[in-house]
Write a protein that binds this ligand. Structure first.
Ligand code: FES
Length: 140
């Protein structure tokens, strides 16, 4: 009888242990800058964002993990900005014909400067310093 009791107790301990680990993992997952203030500034210097062939001339790529948009306004000239729209802090959605678009409410920004080009956005996108190393685009 007492043996059965011990097994149950041990199982309970095991379950508690897993529960605690799950909570720890969830907390750790929240520490990655999902606090609404992240705007690309917390990406470590030297982090590879993308490669030059991924970024079309006049267009760009929105990196949702890093919350950075990388553009190529003219051939061979690469720029990066926070991808967090200044309107309601949602991520911008696309880059076409030299303009960064936020389809959430229709804001647009100049893909060369980050300046507001239209829509409800109250301020420009902050530029993120990058460097190009061969075909790699890295944070500076
Ligand atoms: S969040 Fe971008 S237009 Fe509203």
């Amino acid at each position: 009888m007492s043996g059965l009791g011990e097994v149950r107790a041990n199982r309970r301990i095991v379950f508690h242990g897993l529960g605690a680990l799950g909570v720890a993992a969830a907390l750790a997952g929240c520490g990655g800058g999902d606090d609404g203030s992240s705007d690309g500034d917390d990406v470590a210097s030297g982090t590879q964002l993308t490669t030059t062939d991924e970024v079309p001339v006049g267009g760009g790529v929105v990196l949702t993990d890093q919350k950075i948009v990388v553009t190529q306004p003219t051939e061979g000239e690469f720029k990066a900005f926070t991808a967090v729209c200044t309107h309601q802090q949602l991520l911008v959605t696309s880059v076409e014909e030299g303009t960064i678009h936020c389809a959430n409410h229709g804001s647009s920004y100049d893909a060369a400067t980050g300046e507001v080009a239209g829509g409800p956005a109250p301020a420009a996108l902050t530029e993120v310093a990058i460097k190009v190393d061969g075909d790699k685009i890295l944070t500076d």
